[in-house]
Design a protein around this ligand. Structure first.
Ligand SMILES: Cc1cc2nc3c(=O)[nH]c(=O)nc-3n(C[C@H](O)[C@H](O)[C@H](O)COP(=O)(O)OP(=O)(O)OC[C@H]3O[C@@H](n4cnc5c(N)ncnc54)[C@H](O)[C@@H]3O)c2cc1C
Length: 412
């Protein structure tokens, strides 16, 4: 039996596995093995350090009816989910009141402030330092008024030490000559970097973990068995029972069902995102561009150009609606003339989302050998290395160097 069993081998699981190995623990990582299904494979690859302001914030509620009526908007709720996800949606909107948003940003900032240093240390250890690309991201707007409309978020980011620099159209095009169309200005998001390719980063970290003797088991965990005080085993599809000494639940959007085995009810939703990935885009970007008016991100990666984004409330394992990916691909042509979107690979995957956008990083209440690490929303790629270190602190019995109370599983 390994010292620690981890359920989920996405970015959170694999970073946790390596951090635990560094502490001298033997580790077994259990993943269903369909790496491309997890959010860590298909995300936009931003080290989004300043993304401390939640999606639900003052003013958003008034935009929702327009978004819901527009099939091309960045947010879409499948009609059936309107009812089943209503409790989550109400909590999400309730988290968007001003006072709570200020608390959320304050709680998110200590995590994202550490992200770059934690990844730099991890990537240096693994020998993949060049997988963190030092090109700062840009956010592009159709008009200056669009930029100014979200002054609340800009001020809040700045208050927490995340600065940006306004770019005129000319300055923007000198950095990114390929951008055109309705874009008239932008901002340089200082300190926001990007990964060379999130799926490849995840693969390389996993390979490193295995090369150091880490066990990797391809299996689906159906249920966690407890004796009321501790988790004692996980039951795998196919009937096998795997005894556990300590357990970390890092199963992304699928974590809610596993947590329920421990009597913990967490309001986690799967907010599906899409990408359209172009191995041969025929245009060149030097850095990731977040197109505010389109609700998508363009990221130049090792394996091509990724157009990613959109939020679809469609449940946990829905059938993909790739028209969502087509929509963002068509919009991308509007700002990148010459972009060839034919032959793109399309993907859908779930952001593990808590209503307040904050992750759960916590010891399981009533089961002291279990740690919970999931629900990282739109910043899970950013927070992989940091979360791994915090979880290893908890399992090693150390007090992590920050207050974990905002990330408690019982906060709702
Ligand atoms: C379109 C899109 C763009 C994004 N862009 C960014 C970005 O630019 N920057 C950023 O920081 N974040 C971004 N995110 C968010 C980020 O991708 C996620 O928060 C992060 O990947 C979550 O990582 P995870 O390890 O928790 O989950 P996942 O990557 O989903 O991994 C969970 C793993 O658990 C496994 N699993 C689940 N249940 C079981 C079970 N019962 N038994 C065994 N295995 C199981 C799954 O197979 C999966 O491999 C984006 C997300 C999307 C969808």
């Amino acid at each position: 039996m390994s010292d620690v069993t981890i359920i989920g081998g996405g970015i959170i699981g694999v970073c946790t596995a390596i951090a635990l190995q560094n502490e001298g623990f033997s580790v077994e990582l259990v993943d269903r093995g369909i790496a491309t299904e997890g959010a860590s494979y298909g995300n936009c690859g931003l080290l989004a350090v300043g993304e401390v302001v939640p999606i639900s914030k003052p003013g958003v509620i008034t935009k929702i009816p327009k978004w819901l009526l527009d099939p091309e908007s960045p947010l879409f709720v499948r009609p059936k989910e309107m009812i089943t996800q209503m409790p989550w949606l109400l909590r999400f909107l309730w988290s968007g009141r001003r006072k709570r948003v200020l608390e959320i940003a304050k709680a998110m900032a200590p995590l994202t402030h550490r992200a770059e240093d934690d990844y730099k240390a991890l990537f240096a250890q693994v020998g993949i330092s060049d997988n963190l690309v030092p090109a700062e991201n840009i956010m592009a707007f159709n008009s200056k008024a669009d930029y100014e409309a979200d002054q609340f978020s800009w001020d809040l980011r700045r208050q927490h030490g995340f600065n940006h620099r306004f770019l005129t159209g000319e300055e923007l095009r000198s950095l990114e000559p390929a951008l055109d169309g309705p874009i008239s200005c932008g901002v340089l998001l200082e300190g926001w970097l990007q990964f060379s390719d999130p799926g490849l980063v995840q693969q390389r970290l996993t390979k490193f973990y295995v090369s150091r003797g880490g066990k990797l088991r391809t299996a689906s965990v159906e249920r966690i068995e407890t004796d009321g005080k501790k988790a004692v085993a996980v039951h795998l599809a196919g009937g096998e029972r795997l005894q556990v000494r300590r357990l970390a639940i890092c199963a992304g959007a699928w974590s809610g069902k596993l947590a329920r085995n421990l009597g913990i009810k967490v309001p986690i939703a799967a907010l599906q995102g899409y990408h359209h990935h172009l191995p041969k885009p025929r245009v060149k970007l030097n850095r990731a561009v977040l197109y505010a008016n389109g609700g998508f991100v363009l990221t130049p990666m090792e394996s091509g150009l990724r157009i990613g984004g959109t939020i679809e409330v469609a449940g946990l394992d829905p059938r993909p609606n790739f028209e969502r990916a087509n929509i963002i691909a068509r919009k991308a042509v509007g700002i990148l003339p010459g972009l060839d979107i034919s032959g793109g690979q399309q993907w859908m995957g779930p952001r593990p989302f808590m209503p307040d956008t904050l992750p759960v990083i916590d010891r399981a209440p009533n089961h002291d050998n279990v740690v919970l690490a999931f629900g990282h929303g739109q910043v899970g790629m950013t927070l992989g290395a940091t979360t791994g270190r915090i979880v290893s602190d908890l399992i090693a019995g150390r007090t992590p160097g920050l207050d974990l109370s905002p990330y408690r599983s019982t906060r709702f």
